[in-house]
Design a protein around this ligand. Structure first.
Ligand SMILES: *Cc1c(COP(=O)(O)O)cnc(C)c1O
Length: 429
C-alpha cells in the first residue's frame, strides 16, 4: 500500500518510509491511497474472537503489506495490546469505552506502542540511530516515552509546555531517564508543536540527524487507533445507530474512528467534543475553518487551536463539507460545566469521569434521542487530572501507581519557545 500527501506535492511512499519520514516534504499528512472495506466474511469472522490483537491484525494488514508479513504483524499486535479497552455501562443509554487501561493510563498508549514497535523493527533492519521528537499537551509524551523506554538505537526528546500539564503528567514525562529526555518549553502546546514541525522541515538539521516524529501526525500513531473502534463496532447490537462521542484535540482519535467506519465496521454518527478550543464545532456550524488562539482549559489535552489531523478529516470525507457534516456534529463544554458534569455523573451513576470524558458524556446526554444508545470514549484515567478532579468532587485518593510516581524526582531541560535555541540544543547532543 502506498501513502500520499494530503497536499499532493510530495511523492507517495510505502508504509515503512511514511512512518520513518513522519511528515511529507510538502508539509501535508500521509494518507492511505486506498481504503477498502474488509469483506463481510473477514468481519463476521472477527465477531466470535473479540480480541483487540486479532481485530488489529485484520484491520492493519492491508496497510503494512510488503513491509511486515503476517507473522510479524501478529507479533506486533500482541505486543501492543497487553491491556483491554472495556465497554462499561454508565446509564441506560450510555456506555464508556475505557481507553485508559494501558501503561500510562491514556488512549495514546495504543498508537505510541504500535509506533515504538514499528520503529524498533525498522531501526534493527537498518542499524541506524533515530531521534524521536514529540510535542505533548500532556498525555502523548508519557505514552511515547514509556513505549520507547530502553529501545536500542532510539533517542526520544519530549517537548512540553511549562506549567500547562498536570503534576502527574509531568512526572510521567520527566522521571524515566535512559534514552528519554524531557524539554520544558516556556510557551503553550502550539509553540511546542511548531518547534517540532520546524525541525522536520529544516533540511540542514535533517542532513545531520535521523529525525522521526511520534505525534499523531505519524501514520503509525494515527491508524492503529482505528482498532478499538472496529472492536467496539463488533460489540454493539445496533452499531449503525450508536452515537459515538469523542473528546477531541488534534483530531487523531476521531478521524481514526472514521477510518474504522470506512474499513467496513458500522458505527453511527460521531460527536466532535471540544472545550473552549472549538474550531471544529464552529466549522461544522458555519463551514468556515477559523482557528483562534489557544485557551487553557480543565481538559488540557484538548487545548489545541489548529488540530493537526484536520486535513485527514477532510480527506476521509472527500474534501466535501456536506459529507463532514453528515458524519459528525460538534459539542462544546466550558470549564464550569466540566466540573458539574463530573460531579453529577458521580452522584447519579457512581461513575468517575475525567475532564475529557466528561465532555463526551454530556454530549450524549444532550444529543441522544429517546431509545438511542451512545458510547463516549474515556480517553484517560481521572487521576491524571487530580487538581481538576478535586475541584469537581473534593478529595481524591491516589491509586498506588500515582503515589510512587509523585515521589520520583523531575529531570528536565528548560528552554524558551525559540526554534534556533532548539536546533542548537539538538545539534549539541
Ligand atoms: C490527546 C488526548 C485527547 C485528544 O485526542 P486527539 O486525538 O488529539 O483528538 C483527548 N483526551 C485525552 C485525555 C488526551 O490525552
Amino acid at each position: 500500500m502506498q501513502f500520499f500527501s494530503t497536499n499532493r506535492q510530495a511523492q507517495a511512499t510505502d508504509f515503512k518510509s511514511a512512518v520513518i519520514q513522519s511528515l511529507p516534504a510538502d508539509n501535508g499528512l500521509y494518507f492511505p491511497e486506498t481504503i477498502h472495506p474488509l469483506d463481510q466474511t473477514t468481519i463476521d469472522g472477527l465477531r466470535g474472537k473479540k480480541g483487540l490483537a486479532e481485530v488489529g491484525f485484520a484491520l492493519m494488514r492491508p496497510f503494512v503489506e510488503g513491509v511486515f508479513d503476517d507473522r510479524q504483524l501478529k507479533g506486533l499486535m500482541n505486543e501492543v495490546f497487553t491491556f483491554e479497552t472495556p465497554l462499561v455501562k454508565v446509564t441506560e443509554q450510555t456506555q464508556a469505552l475505557e481507553l485508559f487501561h494501558g501503561p500510562t493510563y491514556a488512549f495514546k498508549d495504543v498508537g505510541a506502542r504500535f509506533l515504538a514497535r514499528c520503529l524498533g523493527a525498522f531501526s534493527e533492519q537498518e542499524d541506524k540511530e533515530v531521534t524521536i521528537l514529540v510535542a505533548t499537551s500532556g498525555d502523548t509524551g508519557g505514552a511515547v516515552a514509556n513505549g520507547f523506554l530502553g529501545v536500542e538505537g532510539v533517542k526520544v526528546i519530549i517537548l512540553y509546555p511549562s506549567g500547562k500539564v498536570s503534576d502527574l503528567q509531568e512526572k510521567q514525562l520527566t522521571t524515566l531517564g535512559q534514552n528519554i529526555t524531557a524539554l520544558e518549553i516556556e510557551g503553550d502546546f502550539d509553540d511546542c508543536q511548531a518547534m517540532v514541525k520546524a525541525a522536520f522541515l529544516d533540511q540542514d538539521l535533517n542532513a545531520q540527524l535521523n529525525l522521526t516524529s511520534a505525534n499523531s501526525i505519524n501514520i503509525a500513531r494515527w491508524m492503529p487507533q482505528a482498532i478499538y473502534y472496529a472492536w467496539l463496532s463488533l460489540q454493539l447490537e445496533d452499531a449503525e445507530q450508536t452515537l459515538i462521542a469523542v473528546p477531541s484535540g488534534n483530531y487523531g482519535n476521531i478521524t481514526a474512528g472514521l477510518l474504522a467506519k470506512r474499513m467496513g465496521f458500522p458505527l453511527g454518527n460521531f460527536i466532535a467534543c471540544s472545550n473552549a478550543n472549538d474550531v471544529v464545532p464552529r466549522y461544522l456550524k458555519t463551514g468556515d475553518y477559523a482557528p483562534k488562539s489557544t485557551v487553557a482549559t480543565y481538559a488540557n489535552a484538548m487545548d489545541v487551536s489548529k488540530p493537526s489531523n484536520f486535513p485527514r478529516l477532510l480527506e476521509l470525507c472527500q474534501n466535501d463539507y456536506d459529507e463532514v457534516k453528515g458524519e459528525m456534529q460538534g459539542f462544546v463544554l466550558n470549564d464550569a460545566q466540566i466540573l458539574s458534569t463530573i460531579r453529577n455523573c458521580k452522584e447519579d451513576n457512581n461513575y468517575l469521569l475525567d475532564p475529557h470524558g466528561a465532555i463526551g458524556f454530556q454530549a450524549l446526554k444532550e444529543q441522544l434521542k429517546p431509545g438511542q444508545s451512545g458510547v463516549f470514549l474515556e480517553t484517560a484515567h481521572p487521576i491524571k487530572f487530580a487538581p481538576v478532579m478535586e475541584k469537581a468532587i473534593g478529595s481524591l485518593t491516589l491509586p498506588g501507581f500515582a503515589d510512587e510516581l509523585m515521589a520520583k524526582e523531575k529531570q528536565a531541560d528548560r528552554m524558551e519557545a525559540d526554534y534556533e535555541a532548539f536546533k542548537n540544543y539538538l545539534l549539541a547532543r
